[in-house]
Design a protein around this ligand. Structure first.
Ligand code: 1CP
Length: 341
């Protein structure tokens, strides 16, 4: 089988025969095979075993026939080698041992020690050998990571994070700098070992006002994306529920802007311009609709913007109870409906 580079071409806004797609969280609970692996190993244990981790990464590519793989990992994984201890709790998400409260806590965060995540190097190297589609490396953006580090876990209103930002701006900016530097090194490491595109997940940044984004986040996001340019791979920048920040996110950087399901793709294209590639944006819950409804919604998205420079995806992660056969049908439909004669 030949290497399928359709996804990379679309990221570069080049002509492709059809619209490529992958799915955020494509390796996960909705797959019986993944659930089986999880009976034996925790999420972190999967990451620590390169052979198993590679298998979990490849599974959705083979099962769904998507055009890209995403490294199976979590945004928290590179925090441990910076001295941040965490746990991923069942039905909760990441929980931090000692949440950050003071400047001293921030000063204690170390530079990322790549020797401690040698399993990532091994996994990516296996995937480089085995995959016939590009591998997307990823990290959490500084704000999203900081929110877990300060709140101690998932949050609804980000009260502690914003209070920290407003009351201790020097400590905040130091934290952002440290995270931005650490994530650059981490992403560079993934590319050096075989990742051929990168996605930065700023999942929770939509909870900020545009003014706060500009003042507290954007300089650091910009610094990260500026440095990433030298790696010469497509960069995807995704924020959830961040319609009000789209231009600012684009200004911070990225060859591809990820669009969440709440935002109109056509309006995003108008606002951001024809030269930027867009990724998105089917509502993950649409997969629970009858096929005819799902088909209509998918066609609407595909037909709403030019085919060139569009990577089809969900507008956020796939949900645990999604039916695999429905996802397979979706992928097939996206490929055939978008095919240029
Ligand atoms: O097996 C399990 O425990 C299921 C839950 C799970 C999975 C499958 C977690 C806990 N993490 C992951 C893997 C993961 N996380 C991947 C690789 C899978 C793939 O895409 O194929 C990726 C890309 C992530 C990234 C991630 N983790 C993000 C950014 C993406 C997003 O959805 O916005 C975030 C915010 C996290 C934190 C996290 N990890 C896990 C959960 C349940 C959460 C969210 C918690 C919250 O609501 O705050």
């Amino acid at each position: 089988m030949q290497f399928n580079d359709t996804f990379l071409k679309a990221c570069r806004n080049e002509h492709t025969d059809y619209t490529p797609m992958w799915i955020m969280r494509q390796a996960g609970r909705y797959q019986p095979e993944y659930r089986k692996v999880r009976e034996k190993y925790s999420l972190v244990e999967i990451c620590h075993h390169p052979e198993i981790c590679a298998e979990v990464t490849i599974l959705p590519v083979e099962q769904l026939k998507v055009d890209a793989a995403i490294l199976f990992s979590d945004i928290m994984i590179p925090l441990d080698p910076m001295g941040i201890r965490f746990e991923i709790k069942e039905s909760v998400g990441p929980v931090i041992d000692n949440p950050i409260k003071t400047l001293q806590d921030v000063e204690r965060i170390s530079e990322i020690d790549l020797d401690k995540i040698d399993f990532v190097r091994k996994t990516v190297q296996i995937l480089k050998q085995e995959l016939k589609v590009p591998l997307i490396g990823f990290c959490g953006a500084p704000f999203t990571l900081a929110s877990y580090m300060i709140e101690g876990g998932p949050s609804k209103n980000f009260m502690k994070t914003k209070t920290f930002m407003y009351t201790q701006p020097d400590a905040w900016h130091l934290l952002m700098q440290k995270l931005s530097a650490g994530m650059f090194t981490y992403l560079q490491f993934q590319v050096a070992n075989g990742a051929s595109a990168l996605q930065v997940f700023d999942s929770w940044v939509g909870n900020l006002t545009a003014d706060d984004y500009r003042q507290y986040i954007q300089p650091h996001a910009k610094a990260l994306f500026e440095k990433l340019k030298v790696l010469n791979v497509p960069l995807i920048h995704f924020g959830f529920s961040a319609s009000h920040l789209l231009e600012l996110i684009q200004e911070a950087g990225g060859d591809v802007i990820g669009i969440d399901w709440k935002t109109s793709l056509a309006q995003a294209k108008q606002r951001l311009g024809q030269n930027v590639a867009l990724q998105g944006n089917l509502d993950p819950v649409s997969l629970f609709a009858p096929w005819e409804v799902l088909e209509k919604k998918t066609a609407y998205i595909l037909d709403s913007i030019p085919q060139r420079g569009h990577i089809f995806n969900l507008g956020h992660g796939i949900l645990p109870h999604t039916n695999v056969a429905q996802v397979q049908r979706l992928v097939e439909f996206v490929h055939t409906h978008s095919r240029q004669p």
